[in-house]
Write a new protein. Structure first.
Length: 634
């Protein structure tokens, strides 16, 4: 992993810059109610009566966007495909808008499309599905209907569940998530806000959207540690291996990489980059398709069911089941001096307090976001979040050995407030030797729901009474390296990722009095707040170790055209490696630059680069690297 660049948002499976225009066959696929769905069909050579298996993509995001670049590494090479590729607009969206009906059954539409494809003269009768996010969710709905010619599915960053805690984690509305879904045309806000508690409606919906026993084809599930669907994907994978059709229970596989929701298989994730994750999702999906659709002898059945990426050490690992048997919980207590330590506090009365103002909430900076104007993934919290006065942080000393985290971190706080309701939010970060603090996962808890999420469970807080607050963070796999620290940030907001609590204890999600809350986290022997870390081992360091000198780099200007200026500050003289990469991690330029002690400046000629977004990788002593993103505009 190299750090650090600026987060980017890019449409799944499409390049940032359009290079060419493909010319698919355009068709209208009839479905059972007599309406038709718009489809683009890409065929390899069909001369001589050649037939092919088909990969089906069903999208609400406009099938015509794929005319510039096909997914799965196909790009512009239609002739080289071993499959036909059919891309269909969902009913009610884009080319299929005329087919719109109220509450369409997309599973039935998927069934009809699969069977229509199988009847074509160019089809060999085998159909598979692929796609991310909403394109992945509809694959479950299609598979549930069991079309006879469906062979296998590859959902990315998607799961079939529709759960209360997906939309109200800890009882708090995921504001930006709903905003983004509605901006894409899903129209969920009114429905979600009508049920802020886990009432009988939620129970019905949850039961209707969990159907592993209806799945009868092999699935390759692909997820990311920085995605907002991580826990849902892990849950459905486990259910599939236990409850799907007996013939396929042992055929499902899972790939979990170091990816954001919109960055699967790409180099850059938030402000960090992961070269070891580039292209892995595409290559594995193609192996899966080639085995099930082409009968390739590629050893697919013998591969372990689970392949996951251990961040920090940045290696791929495999498992036979989704169980981390090599970890055990280590409990670290929050101390009033801001430390996380193995020893429980011995003093009485200690607590840490902060004021939370809903009019100036702690800002969302990266993480498991969806809204297109927000950063996603691992972003440095130091300046945007941790420098504010509405936060308390707790950190381990600098680690002396690898601390391998695999699982869900559980946070148990003892808290109080001078208001009838408030929130407590957690961010888990990996603190680098230069004190940058990169977000791994986060969570939140609304105190009125401390007893549960049913309407009858809600209760206001009595001012200054101490209450427990339990926050379970999404599962993640990260190795904290020597010289790094483990940190939790405690705030009462993380906006707009989560709704702002007005602190008044009244009806939620309507205008009302906005009150400033004084909130306390207790760190004493009577009320000892702590976190449980599922780690392989933990060595406590009470003395600290020397930090590695980081590279300090800035670029100017961006956008640039002929040249870009690089400013490097260093306490040592050394020879620095300079590499320019495209957004897929391909090296375009490579050179070296002598760096003297003190402030340095050099100019890099980028005249040969076309307009676009690129990354400058600078590697210094001890292979300490950083990445800066820059734009070329001509």
């Amino acid at each position: 992993m190299m750090k650090k660049g600026i987060a980017f948002i890019v449409a799944v499976a499409l390049p940032i810059f359009i290079l060419a225009q493909l010319s698919p066959a355009i068709d209208s696929i009839p479905v059972r109610d007599g309406k038709k769905l718009a489809a683009d069909i890409y065929l390899p050579d069909t001369s001589g009566g050649m037939t092919y298996p088909t990969i089906l993509i069903q999208t609400p995001y406009n099938r015509t966007a794929y005319r510039h670049w096909l997914p799965l590494g196909i790009g512009l090479n239609v002739a080289g495909m071993h499959f036909a590729l059919v891309i269909v607009d969902w009913r009610c969206f884009y080319g299929s808008h005329a087919a719109c009906v109220i509450n369409p059954d997309r599973g039935k539409d998927g069934y009809d499309v699969v069977e229509w494809i199988a009847s074509r003269s160019w089809s060999d009768g085998q159909v598979a599905t692929w796609g991310a996010s909403a394109l992945g969710k509809i694959q479950f709905e299609t598979a549930k209907k069991r079309p006879p010619h469906l062979v296998c599915c590859v959902p990315l960053v998607a799961a079939p569940q529709f759960e209360y805690l997906e939309y109200y984690p800890g009882g708090v509305l995921r504001t930006e998530y709903i905003q983004q879904l509605d901006s894409l045309g899903f129209g969920l806000l009114a429905l979600i806000l009508a049920h802020p508690c886990r009432d009988i409606s939620w129970q019905y919906i949850e039961n209707a959207n969990m159907y592993p026993d209806s799945i009868s084809v092999p699935m390759l599930l692909i997820g990311g540690w920085y995605d907002h669907n991580t826990d849902l994907i892990l849950e459905i994978f486990h259910k599939l291996t236990q409850e799907s059709a007996m013939a396929v229970r042992q055929k499902h596989k899972l790939l979990m990489g170091p990816w954001c929701h919109e960055g699967v298989g790409r180099l850059q994730q938030g402000e960090l980059s992961y070269p070891q994750g580039v292209g892995v999702s595409d290559s594995l999906a193609m192996d899966f398709f080639e085995y099930y659709l082409l009968g390739a002898h590629n050893g697919w059945p013998a591969r372990p069911p689970v392949r996951y990426f251990q961040m920090g050490e940045n290696n791929w690992h495999t498992l036979d089941t989704l169980m981390f048997d090599d970890v055990s919980n280590v409990r670290l207590f929050l101390k009033s001096n801001g430390m996380l330590e193995v020893a429980a506090p011995s003093s009485q009365g200690d607590c840490n307090s902060f004021d939370y103002d809903p009019r100036d909430p702690s800002p969302t900076h990266g993480g498991a976001t969806l809204r297109s104007d927000l950063l996603q993934g691992p972003c440095d919290q130091a300046a945007a979040v941790e420098s504010r006065n509405d936060i308390i942080t707790f950190s381990t000393p600098a680690l002396v050995a690898n601390t391998v985290l695999k699982g869900k971190v559980k946070v148990h706080l003892f808290v109080s407030s001078d208001r009838p309701d408030t929130d407590f939010g957690i961010r888990l970060t990996d603190v680098y030797p230069d004190n940058s603090s990169y977000l791994l996962v986060d969570g939140i808890s609304r105190m009125r729901f401390r007893n549960g999420f049913a309407p009858s469970d809600t209760a206001v807080m009595t001012p200054d009474v101490v209450y427990p607050a339990d926050i379970e963070l999404p599962l993640t796999c990260n190795t904290f390296l020597p010289g790094h620290k483990i940190r939790i940030d405690v705030t009462s907001s993380n906006f707009p990722r989560f709704d702002r609590n007005l602190n008044n204890g009244l009806r939620m999600y309507v205008p009302g009095d906005t009150l400033i809350a004084n909130n306390k986290v207790y760190t004493n022997s009577d009320n000892a707040s702590y976190i449980d870390l599922p780690v392989i081992s933990y060595t406590e360091n009470t003395t600290g170790i020397a930090s590695v000198e980081p590279l300090k780099v800035s670029l100017y200007p961006s956008p640039a055209s002929g040249n870009i200026n690089c400013f490097v500050s260093s306490e040592h003289a050394f020879v620095m490696k300079v590499t320019v990469l495209d957004m897929n991690g391909k090296e375009l330029m490579k050179t070296t630059q002598a760096v003297e002690k003190g402030n340095n400046h050099f100019r890099l000629n980028i005249a040969a680069l076309q307009s676009g977004v690129y990354m400058l990788k600078l590697t210094g002593e001890k292979d300490i690297s950083c990445i800066r993103k820059f734009t070329v505009l001509k």
